[in-house]
Design a protein around this ligand. Structure first.
Ligand code: CP
Ligand code: NVA
Length: 330
């Protein structure tokens, strides 16, 4: 590494995640293991400040002249639009890059696309199927690359979800977190967060739908927190402070929906299950939700549900992420 390179930020990243890019070093968020506890805490604090400024009408525009490219190979309402509005509020310009209308769809290699786009734009947010493809963008782009969801992870979702937990519970530590349902991409990012922040996380998943064993093993090897996988939703939810669920069939698994619906029926987050949780437990869902499947209408619309705050906080958290990665400021 050329020691003359200067990193313009006080933001603390593990050195292994720094990458050379001309005159500065860049940082990606491909998984939550790219962040340490201090990074998380700085993002929570900055997102909270940015939210307050936005509500008071005192927001600043530090990203004037900067651009965010968004490549989304899967559908999105919240993530894409909250990234776009976050960029606009910060004074920058989002550019939606429709993969099918670019040479990506005609098999131009990712390593070429990543290097070319790095000459035009300042940051890339990518939603795609393969984590390896995302990592290749990270490897070859000289600009920060953000995971906006892959089959394996959804890191920014959990950043904004934990911001919501902090708002509702006064902090993220000392709580029992229960995941109920599929051991999917969102669950994997919760596992990563639990490993970095030392959370008490119990995941209740049907047999055959547990989280990826390598992801679990890596998290357990970090030795922080208490992460367990069970098959009994009651066991997971009993005395939980935060109950989280997500769709039973994620994007790309539509053909399995019928089978999954049968397997997952006992995993619905409903009033009977929530009766086991702590009295003031909150219920979270990244959305979109399927009422009557993973969550009952009564619970989604009920007083314990914080799903609309979760959705809003994606915009505030994405501002903190963009500001940090593009300007190198926390
Ligand atoms: N929660 C979430 O990522 O929603 P979208 O799929 O609408 O972006
Ligand atoms: N697990 C879901 C999350 C959607 C935000 C999916 O991947 O479709």
């Amino acid at each position: 590494m050329n020691l003359d390179f200067k990193f313009v930020s006080d933001f603390v990243f593990r050195i292994s995640n720094f990458k050379k890019c001309g005159v500065i070093l860049k940082k990606d968020i491909l998984t939550l293991l790219d962040l340490d506890k201090r990074d998380f805490d700085k993002l929570f604090s900055r997102a909270g400040e940015l939210k307050k400024m936005y509500k008071k009408g005192t927001s600043k525009r530090p990203l004037v002249g900067k651009t965010l490219g968004l490549i989304f190979d899967k559908q999105s309402t919240r993530t894409r639009i909250s990234f776009e509005t976050a960029m606009i509020h910060l004074g920058g310009t989002p550019i939606y890059i429709s993969a099918k209308d670019t040479q990506i769809a005609r098999d131009e290699p990712v390593r070429d696309t990543a290097r070319v786009l790095s000459r035009y734009i300042d940051c890339l947010a990518i939603r795609t199927f393969s984590q390896d493809l995302l990592s290749a963008f990270g490897e070859y782009a000289s600009i920060p690359v953000i995971n906006a969801l892959t089959d394996l992870y959804h890191p920014c979702q959990i950043l904004s979800d934990l911001m919501t937990v902090i708002e509702k519970k006064g902090g993220y530590a000392g709580l029992k977190y229960a995941w109920v349902g599929d051991g999917n991409n969102v669950a994997h990012s919760w596992i990563n967060a639990a490993a970095v922040l030392g959370l008490d996380l119990v995941l209740a998943c049907p047999e055959g739908y547990s989280p990826n064993q390598d992801i679990l093993d890596t998290a357990l090897a970090l030795g922080n927190g208490n992460i367990t996988v069970v098959d009994d939703p009651i066991k997971a939810v009993t005395n939980a402070d935060v109950v989280y669920t997500d769709v039973w069939a994620s994007m790309g698994q539509e053909s399995e929906r019928k089978v999954r619906k049968q397997v997952f029926t006992p995993y619905e987050v409903n009033a009977a299950l929530m009766a086991k949780a702590s009295k003031d437990a909150i219920v979270m869902h990244c959305l979109p939700a399927h009422r009557g499947e993973e969550i009952s209408d009564e619970i989604l619309e009920g007083p314990q549900s914080v799903v609309w705050d979760q959705a809003e906080n994606k915009m505030h958290m994405h501002k903190a992420v963009l500001e940090t990665l593009i300007m190198g400021k926390g």
